[in-house]
Write a protein that binds this ligand. Structure first.
Ligand SMILES: CC(C)=CC(=O)SCCNC(=O)CCNC(=O)[C@H](O)C(C)(C)COP(=O)(O)OP(=O)(O)OC[C@H]1O[C@@H](n2cnc3c(N)ncnc32)[C@H](O)[C@@H]1OP(=O)(O)O
Length: 257
């Protein structure tokens, strides 16, 4: 597959997607989202891939949905085409995805990062939902995911004012897992992804599913769901291998079975 708006590579067991529309600060147009979904489909099907990293450029992870593509859309067009809905496929992926964010992650760019499982931020990262300044509101999950992640007070403020927050505020708010110097961002994200990819893939996928369930259900239901998956893990060869490796004082060699 020839991609025009993203670069797609594998680094060992890690799939890497680099958003690549530098002339528009990686603004997310329909072609980019379609190519991203195709690349993620490929990584999901590839048994050799255990984790995925999505990154952008030094200046921008992504400066949002492509305003120039969007500006003349009519209501019937957005409704009939179910505009934006295909973006959400990123959030439905079963393998873990790390967003490595430097520079601007605004609007749809911030929403894309929040669809990922872990955000690692460069000290240059700036997050925000500036859609209000364009006469719209976030449409790719921003009002929902951001509120769940950082709480109502700050999410409301960011969505209603369009203010950007820097990496330190984002870390304090729980949006990002950690901040690293910009020059180390990709290496750090790839290293984290490689650590995850060395674990048992089915166990990683069940863990991701269980953490995400916490956002969708009651505590009692979530605990029950976790317990069922936890019990099921004892049916895997990787549980036997992981515990045997600990007892034998060696590194586990997971077979994803
Ligand atoms: C998901 C949904 C429903 C909605 C959205 O995401 S709406 C978009 C939300 N994002 C924004 O409103 C941010 C828009 N961009 C900016 O405010 C600025 O570009 C900036 C603050 C991120 C950076 O400013 P800077 O002065 O450094 O750079 P510019 O000259 O403004 O940009 C360079 C180049 O990129 C084009 N650009 C930037 N963002 C977008 C975008 N979201 N859509 C389309 N094009 C974008 C910008 O027009 C310029 O290109 P030209 O030189 O050809 O005009």
């Amino acid at each position: 597959m020839a991609y025009e708006t993203i670069l797609v590579e594998t680094r060992g067991k890690v799939g890497l997607v680099t958003l690549n529309r530098p002339q528009a600060l990686n603004a997310l147009n329909s072609q980019l989202i379609s190519e991203l979904n195709t690349a993620l489909d490929g990584f999901e099907k590839d048994a050799g891939i255990g984790a995925i990293v999505i990154t952008g450029s030094e200046k921008a992870f992504a400066a949002g949905a492509d305003i120039k593509e969007m500006q003349n859309l009519s209501y019937p067009e957005t409704y009939l085409e179910d505009f934006i809905t295909s973006w959400d496929r990123v959030a439905g992926r079963r393998k873990p995805i790390i967003a490595a964010v430097a520079g601007f992650a605004l609007g749809g760019g911030c929403e894309l990062a929040m669809m990922c499982d872990i955000i690692i931020a460069a000290d240059t990262a700036k997050f925000g939902q500036p859609e209000i300044k364009l006469g719209v509101m976030p449409g790719a999950g921003g009002t929902q995911r951001m509120t769940r992640i950082i709480g109502k007070a700050k999410a409301m403020e960011l969505c209603l004012t369009g203010r950007m927050m820097g990496a330190e505020e984002a870390e304090r708010s729980g949006l990002v897992a950690r901040i690293v110097p910009a020059a180390e961002l990709l290496d750090d994200a790839l290293k984290t992804a490689a650590t995850i990819a060395d674990m048992s893939l089915p166990i990683v996928m069940m863990t991701k599913e269980s953490v995400n369930r916490a956002y969708e259900t009651t505590l009692a239901e979530g605990i029950r769901f976790e317990r069922r998956l936890f019990h099921a893990m004892f049916a895997t060869a990787d549980q036997k291998e992981g515990m045997a490796a600990f007892v034998d004082k060696r590194k586990a060699d997971f077979k994803n079975r």
